[in-house]
Design a protein. Structure first.
Length: 101
């Protein structure tokens, strides 16, 4: 996580490829978070870089990869959160109309 994160690059429709996501039910999401050794909460890079055009909450991105989470916390770019705190974040997003997967 050292250095700046590059913003996303739009892909023209003629070059698009299929990506599938699975919307996870809250109990399965909780299980995934509970199995995580560490959960780090960071500000959304995309929203910060683009002046938050969707006016969505910013401090809601979660990192569950242990190495990346530890590094982000060490560098002061994120905070460590509990499973309960992570679930509160996801519930807050869900109430605002966002899905988590």
């Amino acid at each position: 996580m050292s250095g700046d994160v590059e913003p996303s690059i739009p892909i023209p429709p003629e070059k698009a490829f299929e990506i599938s996501h699975i919307v996870s039910p809250p109990d399965k999401t909780r299980d995934i978070l509970a199995k995580s050794k560490i959960i780090a909460k960071v500000d959304c890079v995309c929203r910060n870089k683009n002046n938050n055009p969707c006016r969505a909450p910013i401090d809601v991105c979660l990192i569950i990869d242990p190495e990346i989470a530890k590094e982000a916390i060490k560098e002061g770019k994120s905070t460590n959160v509990t499973v309960q705190e992570a679930m509160k974040i996801l519930k807050k997003l869900n109430k605002k109309g966002f899905l988590y997967f």
